[in-house]
Write a protein that binds this ligand. Structure first.
Ligand code: NAD
Length: 416
């Protein structure tokens, strides 16, 4: 397989979607390039007094349908190509679930586990000040992603509000409830994934009940998604995270594992329960399961493991977990991929609800939020399913076609 470049991967799917829609290159050339790419240096006075400067990014892919929207990740592998791909995926994702946003993404190349809480706070605030000129509640609205959470969003709000001279809660979503966050947002990405899987099985006259699932990544998305799938009767037989790979034929007790991870540095290293055994990562991909649920990083399903996969369904919790060439192999094998730009869109769909609540200064109950979220995702699934059946294309291709058509229409209406 060619050298991995997630932005090029994204473009190859986009070009195929454009071809299927009968678009000319002129119709969508503008969407093959991010509108803006900002590189910033992020200086931090470390606890011992020395200064470190980290590389930060914010890429704004497209704003035809509304303000840019997209998370911020802290990860050593964050680089411009990855952030560009993640920004573009946000454009498509917001269009698939029809929320009025464009797409963006940000990140800092750093391993935050090596930083103290104080260092993380100073880094987040310095990064916020550096990207402040291009973000804002009507301009570009970040959110949490890998290794960032409600606390990081709270620091962001504080630093941005100081730059602006007044409180701007709506500048980020995924905030703590005490600081303008929405009820249901923390669980929303996992909830959306559970609903995506549920709708997929219902469309096939089947259900989640009794399905064996292997989850990669046990952070916000992987753990909450697994918990909600288990609540629906699914059996989480394996979990792989930064701390190891764990298998339990009877099903892992997800709630117990979540409690362990939260008190052990967000890692399952050392986790124990009845019937649990540690296995290798190579054996993880060979497991005889119904569903693989990648919810960690991109490019996890690739040439090295795609032929080992026995699951019939891939539920993409992570952004870009499947290499484009591995995707073609899965299609040939008859494996159905529920694609990231729909499957994990519960997060941004709920972020939209958080933002609306911030702008109107009026807050909904958790039941109201969950009901609006579920309605949105069901409508999106229906569109996706109908198009994939009608055109006999994969769910990923259907999602790209829906998204591209909507964004191109907005671009044309604006006369860009
Ligand atoms: P997180 O930081 O909460 O969790 C990341 C998880 O991945 C952790 O359990 C970590 O142990 C695991 N991990 C990291 N490196 C790994 C490796 N090499 N092998 C195995 N496991 C590894 O992040 P998150 O918010 O849960 O995001 C996970 C994925 O979901 C990312 O691709 C992110 O872009 C995507 N996503 C997140 C949201 C959201 O609302 N948080 C929304 C949509 C998509």
């Amino acid at each position: 397989m060619a050298e991995y470049n997630p932005f090029e991967n994204m473009l190859s799917v986009l070009d195929k979607a454009a071809e299927n829609l009968g678009l000319t290159r002129n119709d969508y050339e503008v969407l093959r390039h991010p509108e803006r790419e900002l590189l910033v240096s992020v200086p931090v006075v470390m606890d011992d007094g020395h200064v470190e400067v980290f590389q930060g990014y914010r890429v704004q892919h497209n704003s035809a349908r509304g303000p840019y929207k997209g998370g911020i990740r802290f990860h050593p592998a964050a680089d411009l190509n990855e952030v560009k791909a993640l920004a573009a995926w946000m454009t498509w994702k917001c269009a698939v679930v029809n929320v009025p946003y464009g797409g963006a993404k940000g990140g800092i190349a750093v391993d935050p586990t090596k930083l103290s809480k104080g260092e993380q706070m100073r880094m987040t605030k310095a990064y916020t000040e550096r990207i402040a000129p291009i973000v804002g509640e009507h301009r570009d609205i970040p959110a949490p992603d890998v290794n960032t959470d409600g606390q990081v969003m709270a620091w962001f709000v504080d630093a941005y509000s100081k730059v602006m001279g007044h409180d701007v809660l709506g500048v980020v979503t995924g905030k703590p409830i005490e600081l303008g966050g929405s009820l249901g947002r923390n669980e929303a990405t996992g909830r959306g994934l559970m609903l995506a899987l549920k709708h997929y099985y219902e469309a096939n006259n089947d259900s989640i009940k009794g399905k064996k699932v292997a989850t990669q990544g046990f952070g916000n998305v992987g753990s909450i998604g697994s918990k909600l799938i288990q609540d629906e009767g699914g059996i989480i037989v394996a979990v792989n995270d930064i701390g190891g790979t764990f298998y339990n034929a009877k099903g892992i007790d997800v709630k117990k594992a979540m409690a362990y991870s939260s008190t052990h540095g967000k890692s399952l290293k050392g986790y124990q329960e009845d019937g649990l055994q540690e296995i290798t990562l190579a054996d993880f991909w060979k497991l005889d399961v119904d569903v693989f649920f990648p919810a960690a990083l991109d490019n996890q399903i690739n040439a090295s493991n795609v032929n080992d996969i026995k699951a019939k369904v891939i539920l993409e919790g992570a952004n870009g977990p499947t290499h484009v060439e591995a995707d073609a192999v899965l299609e040939k094998k008859g494996v159905h991929v529920i694609p990231d730009i729909f499957a994990n869109a519960g997060g941004v769909a709920c972020s939209y609800l958080e933002w609306v609540q911030n702008l109107q200064g009026f807050y909904w109950t958790e039941a109201e939020v969950n009901e609006k979220l579920a309605r949105n995702l069901k409508l999106a699934f229906n569109d996706l399913w109908a198009l994939s059946q009608e055109k006999k294309v994969t769910l990923r291709m259907a999602a790209y076609m829906i998204a591209l058509k909507r964004v191109v229409r907005a671009v044309q209406l604006r006369g860009m």
